[in-house]
Design a protein. Structure first.
Ligand SMILES: Cc1ncc(C[n+]2csc(CCOP(=O)(O)OP(=O)(O)O)c2C)c(N)n1
Ligand code: SF4
Ligand SMILES: [Mg+2]
Length: 267
């Protein structure tokens, strides 16, 4: 029998626990009530929600914001956030947000929808809200699939992307072309700010958070509807291993849906 291996021990300079160390739980943003959720490992949506909450905290808007959630995997967070939340029917979040902001224009009203919810089931809602110049922030989490209902093709699915009902990849002749939602909204008079971010790496998360901050700045300045599309990983719906999803996003999804600021009326 071989001798048991000795396990290396880290020698601390002191027996007293360091005061500047943080546990993982300490990084949970203050506006997220619990750090746990039931979304799939490697899902990008919790990162995006966290970026939104960080932006609201940075703006000091926690006590004067109202979130309107659509229906999708991210709706799981509607019970976890320490801000006022309304639940809209599929695709209708911009219209519900319109009602709220027209009654309470002093509030920072924002929506969170998936690409299926916003782009397939209620595209006209956000387009008309944009054209009316409603002073709201609309966030779209774009993973190119109806994630919650099994990973089917949406209006943003890229050519060649595998989904539950395009197992050989999206084919433009059979399934049509993807729509670029941020570009669609950016050309509407009445919008204050439009950008597309991604959460596949730390740099993009930081840039996306800046975009959300700018969107709320535009909202606070009364510049009309602001829109931030966020590309999020859905390894389950994409049929890719969890650890490959960030690169898959960069190499495929972002090739069609380019990251960047598309329009800004900010001074
Ligand atoms: C009117 C209506 N149609 C369909 C559904 C079923 N449904 C619930 S979530 C969902 C998918 C949402 O996809 P998406 O908006 O892209 O969000 P994701 O789950 O990908 O984050 C669907 C089709 C529903 N709840 N209501
Ligand atoms: S199905 Fe996709 S979007 Fe939904 S929780 Fe899983 S990884 Fe996230
Ligand atoms: Mg989706």
């Amino acid at each position: 029998m071989s001798e048991p291996r000795s396990i290396p021990v880290t020698v601390l300079a002191s027996d007293v626990a360091p005061t500047d160390a943080s546990l993982v739980a300490d990084f949970t943003p203050s506006l997220v009530d619990v750090g746990e959720h039931h979304l799939c490992p490697g899902c990008g949506e919790p990162i995006a929600i966290r970026a939104v909450m960080d932006a609201i905290t940075l703006h000091g808007l926690a006590d004067k914001c109202v979130a309107v959630f659509g229906i999708g995997c991210s709706t799981a967070f509607s019970n976890n956030l320490d801000v006022e939340v309304l639940q809209a029917l599929h695709g209708r979040a911009p219209s519900v947000a319109t009602g709220v902001v027209r009654m309470r224009p002093e509030l920072a009203v924002f929506t969170i929808q998936g690409d299926g919810d916003l782009g397939n089931e209620g595209l006209q809602e956000v387009l008309h809200a944009a054209a009316r110049g409603e002073n709201i922030v609309c966030i779209m989490l774009n993973n190119g699939v109806f994630g919650e209902t099994g990973g089917h093709l949406t209006v943003t699915t890229t050519i060649g992307q595998r989904t539950k009902n395009t197992l050989d990849g999206r084919d433009e002749k059979q399934h049509g072309h993807p729509m670029r939602i941020a570009e669609l909204i950016a050309q509407i008079d009445g919008v204050g700010y439009v950008a597309r971010g991604a959460v596949n790496d730390a740099g993009n998360v930081a840039r996306t958070k800046r975009m959300i901050v700018d969107a709320f700045t535009a909202q606070q300045q009364g510049l009309g509807l602001s829109f931030v599309e966020i590309l999020t990983m859905c390894p389950t719906g994409w049929f890719v291993p969890t650890d490959e999803a960030p690169d898959y996003l960069a190499e495929t999804i972002a090739g069609t849906h380019s990251v960047g600021v598309l329009r800004s009326s900010l001074p």
